[in-house]
Design a protein around this ligand. Structure first.
Ligand SMILES: NC(=O)c1ccc[n+]([C@@H]2O[C@H](COP(=O)([O-])OP(=O)(O)OC[C@H]3O[C@@H](n4cnc5c(N)ncnc54)[C@H](OP(=O)(O)O)[C@@H]3O)[C@@H](O)[C@H]2O)c1
Length: 239
């Protein structure tokens, strides 16, 4: 699945994945799922997780990201999957945006993703690998105070579409995962949120799908739904 006759690293197992923000939440669950799928997972973490293959990386620093990617790729010599999962959640009304926090959120939530993809593509082309971008409902359902979260998530839709056009001819598949609420905090058992493991299983599927299938975007919602505060035509007229 991961190698072809053109791939000089074909047959050298296990396949390698990079996951950002693997120390907790969904990134932690994605790491566990890919481990179970037999992949060698490398985490890029700001906060240490104790995972045997983690590299310290604050994604708000392009220099730190470059150094971390170099470290992983030099050691593995191959890459089969990239999962950009980390997120900097900064919420403030536009009128009150702090320029430094805004810049940091854009860097972590968008620029670091582009940097990682650009750095990973040569090896992903060789392995005919997969990119999974963690988006969000926030990328298409905008809300007050959400610009620093919504805008970069919306931009990931553009990134995924451009990559689908540019990189499928090189054998690289890109998927955008757009989830609703995930119970990312330890101890959250809300039936109105998806578990991190459930979301991680979808990410695993996207990476291990048959090689002739590219899933462009997958939108995920919790199966549970609370009674809506506003419904029907009133919902349409409430924005
Ligand atoms: N939770 C939801 O309801 C939900 C819904 C839709 C989409 N999503 C998306 O799913 C993905 C995972 O979300 P989550 O809720 O599981 O995340 P989370 O539990 O809040 O964890 C965020 C991760 O990003 C890392 N991170 C933040 N800033 C960083 C930086 N500057 N450098 C390196 N790492 C940094 C965090 O590291 P630290 O531990 O160091 O802070 C942490 O590992 C995100 O892309 C999110 O947008 C989540």
């Amino acid at each position: 699945m991961y190698g072809t006759t053109d791939d000089p690293t074909a047959g050298r197992l296990p396949p390698v994945a990079i996951v950002t923000g693997g120390n907790r939440g969904t990134g932690h669950a994605i790491t566990a799922e890919l481990d179970q799928a037999g992949m060698e997972v490398w985490q890029l973490n700001r906060t240490p997780s104790g995972h045997p293959r983690e590299v310290a990386c604050d994604l708000s620093s392009t220099a730190a990201l470059d150094a971390a990617v170099d470290q992983v790729l030099e050691r593995t010599g191959r890459l089969d999957a990239l999962v950009t999962n980390a997120v900097d959640r900064y919420f403030a009304p536009v009128a009150e945006l702090d320029p430094e926090r805004w810049a940091a959120a854009l860097t972590v939530n968008l620029t670091s993703v582009v940097t990682l993809v650009r750095r990973a593509l040569p090896m992903l082309r060789r392995s005919r690998g997969t990119i999974v971008l963690m988006g969000s409902h926030a990328g298409s359902r905008f809300f007050e105070g959400g610009l620093a979260y919504c805008a970069p998530k919306a931009a990931l839709k553009a990134l995924s579409e451009v990559l689908l056009l540019e990189e499928r001819p090189h054998g690289v598949r890109t998927s955008l995962v757009s989830p609703g609420a995930i119970a990312n905090e330890d101890g959250d058992t809300s039936s109105l949120k998806m578990t991190t493991r459930s979301v991680a299983r979808v990410v695993r599927e996207l990476i291990t799908n048959p090689p002739d299938v590219a899933v462009g975007e997958i939108e995920l919602r919790p199966a549970g739904l609370a009674p809506p505060v506003v419904s029907g035509l009133d919902r349409l007229q409430s924005v």
